[in-house]
Design a protein around this ligand. Sequence first.
Ligand SMILES: C[S@@+](CC[C@H](N)C(=O)[O-])C[C@H]1O[C@@H](n2cnc3c(N)ncnc32)[C@H](O)[C@@H]1O
Length: 211
Amino acid sequence: MTTDAVDRYILSHIDEEGDLLSALCRDANVTLLRPRMQSGHLQGRILKLFCRMLRPKRILEIGTYTGYATLCMAEGIEDDALIHTIEINDEMEDFIMKYLSRSPDKEKIRLHFGDALEIIPALDESFDMAFIDADKRLYSTYYDLIFPKVRAGGLILVDNTLWDGKVLDAPRCPDKQTAGILEFNEKIKQDRRIEKVILPLRDGLTMIWKK
Ligand SMILES: C[S@@+](CC[C@H](N)C(=O)[O-])C[C@H]1O[C@@H](n2cnc3c(N)ncnc32)[C@H](O)[C@@H]1O
């Protein structure tokens, strides 16, 4: 059985992503340069289930891109909960709004355009859950910035922590993005304030529980 066949089997035996997200994906694949950056069907359903199980009232997402993961998390939270999502590239606004505006969960989403490094300090919130998924070179910086804003017992999810397997080539002069991921993974390994696992899902998804 090939990996592709396993992937197809999984996707045909889990919850469907729904018409809106399917349309978003098709649009992204036709019109955007790097559609693979978005979470996609499997990871999207996992994010939604995390939300169902943990019932977070406040979520922070760093790196909106198309809004795929944002919409998945919004499906899983209750009506009085809120996701702050931050995207540095304001050229994505039309694309994001095309789908966000059609979502029944749009009221649960606050979209911020700008650099997360400037926006996060200005957010007066305590987060139950955070999803780090932006510039790989800055993962450690994002983590330090959000850590005091995540409540004890909160969950931090971090995407791409295996970085296409490049973390295994570590000693051989990594590029800056791989170096950022390596630095982050080492930092997390040493951090006694948390419990953590790396899930070998897609490109690596680290789950961090703040003690
Ligand atoms: C991997 S994509 C996000 C995918 C999305 N979270 C999902 O799962 O569908 C990363 C996004 O982070 C954005 N980004 C990069 N650096 C950023 C920063 N400093 N602040 C906010 N967004 C940033 C990029 O423009 C890009 O759209």
